[in-house]
Write a protein that binds this ligand. Structure first.
Ligand code: B16
Ligand code: MG
Length: 217
């Protein structure tokens, strides 16, 4: 039986629901550009980097822009997004996550963050949980986006573990694929219908026991 030693958590959609703030900020920008951008379209942006997200929005609106204009739009969106996430508090941590991570630490698992976000340190500090992580790998440290496994393989390396010793917790299909591409097991957080490629799917962490969940892998 494989002995797992490290748990790597995605941020948005796993630890905190920032997707709604990403949506509000993208929506405002899209409105200004006269692009019709819906909540359904927003699903396509989950786990995707900031610039790649904007390129999807431009594709939806059938629009083209210079690199400079795109960067300016991304800056604008991020300023608004940051003003929203500045309001986050500990109460925004998704149900059961805090206990799950604390229990896992007590059981000796090493904990890493593996997120596409460049705002992860601000979010972790607003939530007051920076100390939970032995390693933080985010969009400021990686070049390749999920489904490339870089964000997770780097997390394993920073924990000093082999890839196969780590388990990834992810809410996006690109993230599940990234974990598998890195030779890691993936626990899907969300709906079984969407995350059917995951090794196990749970709706959220509320009432989930670390040992029982890991035995299923
Ligand atoms: P930022 P995750 C991802 O976070 C989000 O799911 C995705 O919607 C967002 O575009 C991306 O972070 C980049 O975020 O603009 O803050 O750098 O799910 O990988 O934790
Ligand atoms: Mg996510």
């Amino acid at each position: 039986m494989q002995e797992y030693k490290g748990l790597i958590f995605d941020l948005d959609g796993v630890i905190v629901d920032t997707a709604k703030y990403h949506f509000l900020a993208w929506k405002k920008l899209a409105d200004e550009l006269g692009i019709d951008f819906t909540e359904k379209d927003n699903e396509r942006l989950k786990g995707v980097s900031r610039m790649a997200s904007f390129e999807i929005i431009l594709e939806i609106g059938n629009r083209k822009m210079s690199q400079e204009e795109k960067e300016e739009c991304c800056r604008k969106k991020n300023d608004l997004y940051v003003s929203y996430i500045m309001q986050l508090t500990r109460s925004d941590i998704l149900p059961g996550v805090d206990k799950f991570i604390r229990d896992a630490k007590k059981e000796g698992y090493k904990i890493a963050l593996g997120s596409a976000s460049k705002n992860s340190s601000l979010i972790l500090s607003r939530l007051g949980i920076e100390d939970y992580f032995d390693a933080v790998v985010d969009g400021t440290k990686v070049l390749k986006a999920k489904p490339d496994p870089e964000v997770f393989t780097k997390g394993a390396e920073e924990l000093g573990l082999s890839y196969g010793e780590c388990i990834v917790f992810e809410d996006s299909t690109a993230g599940i694929e990234a974990a598998h591409n890195g030779g890691m097991k993936a626990v899907g957080i969300g709906s079984e219908d969407i995350l059917n490629a995951a090794d196990v799917v749970i709706p959220g962490f509320a009432g989930i026991d670390v040992g029982t969940l890991i035995e299923k892998l």
